[in-house]
Design a binder for this molecule. Structure first.
Ligand SMILES: NC(=O)c1ccc[n+]([C@@H]2O[C@H](COP(=O)([O-])OP(=O)(O)OC[C@H]3O[C@@H](n4cnc5c(N)ncnc54)[C@H](O)[C@@H]3O)[C@@H](O)[C@H]2O)c1
Ligand SMILES: O=c1ccn([C@@H]2O[C@H](COP(=O)(O)OP(=O)(O)O[C@H]3O[C@H](CO)[C@H](O)[C@H](O)[C@H]3O)[C@@H](O)[C@H]2O)c(=O)[nH]1
Length: 338
């Protein structure tokens, strides 16, 4: 290990859902961490005690330069961004600004400061509507919404910057992230929830009258959409593994993050009922625009490249942890941006 292998990790968006779990995983490994977050959707209370928070914008290059220098940053993990697909269709330029333009500022600041390791939150949305499963990283990228395009453009900036400068990166393309920290230290707190397991958890805890299944006439086994759900703590561990890969001198990589196993909407909801022992009020609604029938990750490449063994690769564990977190949120509900 060289001295720089002990350098502090800057986690942008570390006060959000996924970023806060990565902060926990890094801290559990004894790593020094600093978070940069504007708290637009994140919460200060998502951070463990002792983790410094730089409250500001990831597109602010002067702030980035100061933060890199004052905290001795050696790696950037970049989660900050906007994530709601339908909102990206209504406000594309806001998504290109927050996800692409500000990522440009961050990558440029890294190159200028000589920060040579970068880990990026990408998404299965870069694939659009692929017709073959599982989806490996060679599948052509063809996003069907501005959210996916805004993330893919950042992947391209990283690819081209890594070719030209002293920068290596890992872009992790997440499939469906769900669940909560098994110790109850963090979980998902969305002002406007859109994700299936989060909505099911809110419904079964009485915060919503019912859940709507968006279409049951897809060409899948039970007619509902199939997704590859990955536990957020396994995803967090994949980031730590990606960090080790880069520190060991590993090459730049683009890697899917999933388990390579799909579950239908009905299977997920049946699991929620099984775990709680309560019926989930639900009804069949129309298809949601832009939903691919099935998305299942090809995971051969991440298995071959990173030293990463999922510890929670089981739908029951994912659902149970999401429900436990939702129940915890009920007593009492934390104030926004607390
Ligand atoms: N949640 C998913 O299922 C999913 C799937 C694929 C990819 N991703 C990616 O993972 C990342 C994290 O997603 P999440 O689910 O944790 O979302 P989140 O909204 O909980 O977290 C995003 C964090 O970034 C912060 N932020 C946003 N814009 C910022 C800015 N300009 N400057 C500083 N901070 C800013 C927010 O305050 C928040 O803390 C995103 O980049 C997202 O595109 C998420
Ligand atoms: O109330 C709901 C919510 C969702 N669904 C269905 O449940 C499945 C999963 O939907 P989510 O909204 O939980 O997740 P998505 O598959 O739409 O989106 C995920 O994958 C995308 C890439 O395709 C992005 O990365 C996005 O951030 C990530 O959450 C879909 O078939 C959706 O139609 C319902 O039936 N009812």
């Amino acid at each position: 290990m060289t001295t720089s292998d002990n350098a502090t990790v800057l986690v942008t968006g570390g006060a959000g859902y996924i970023g806060s779990h990565v902060v926990l995983a890094l801290r559990d490994q004894g790593r020094a961490v600093v978070v940069l977050d504007d708290l637009s959707t994140g919460r200060r209370s998502a951070l463990p005690d002792g983790v410094p928070l730089v409250e500001g914008d990831v597109g602010d290059k002067a702030l980035l330069a100061r933060t890199f220098a004052s905290h001795g940053i050696g790696t950037v993990m970049h989660f900050a961004g906007s994530i709601v697909v339908p909102e990206s269709v209504e406000r594309p330029l806001a998504y290109y600004r927050n996800n692409t333009v500000k990522s440009h500022a961050l990558v440029e600041a890294c190159v200028e400061a000589g920060i040579g390791r970068f880990i990026f939150s990408s998404t299965a949305a870069v694939y659009g509507m692929p017709d073959r499963l599982p989806i490996d990283e060679q599948t052509p990228t063809s996003p069907i919404n501005p959210y996916g395009s805004s993330k893919l453009m950042t992947e391209w900036m990283l690819r081209d910057s890594a070719a030209a400068h002293d920068l290596r990166y890992v872009a992790l393309r997440y499939f469906n992230v769900a669940g909560a920290d098994p110790q109850g230290r963090s979980g998902q707190v969305s002002k406007v929830a859109t994700h299936l397991i989060k909505i099911a958890a809110q419904t079964v805890t009485g915060q919503r009258a019912e859940l709507q299944i968006f279409g049951d006439d897809y060409e899948t086994a039970d007619g509902t959409c199939v997704r590859d759900y990955i536990h957020v703590s396994d995803l967090a561990d994949a980031h730590v593994a990606a960090l080790r890969h880069l520190e060991a001198g590993g090459a730049s990589e683009v890697l899917n993050c999933g388990y390579g196993r799909g579950y239908s909407v009905r299977e997920v909801l049946a699991m929620v009922e099984r775990v709680t022992g309560r019926p989930l009020p639900m009804r069949i609604g129309p298809r949601r625009a832009g939903d691919p029938p099935a998305l299942v990750a090809g995971v051969e490449r991440i298995g071959r490249t990173l030293d990463w063994t999922p510890r929670h690769a089981d739908l029951e564990t994912i659902v149970a942890s999401a429900l436990a977190w939702e129940e915890r949120l009920q007593i009492p509900s934390p104030p926004a941006n607390a």
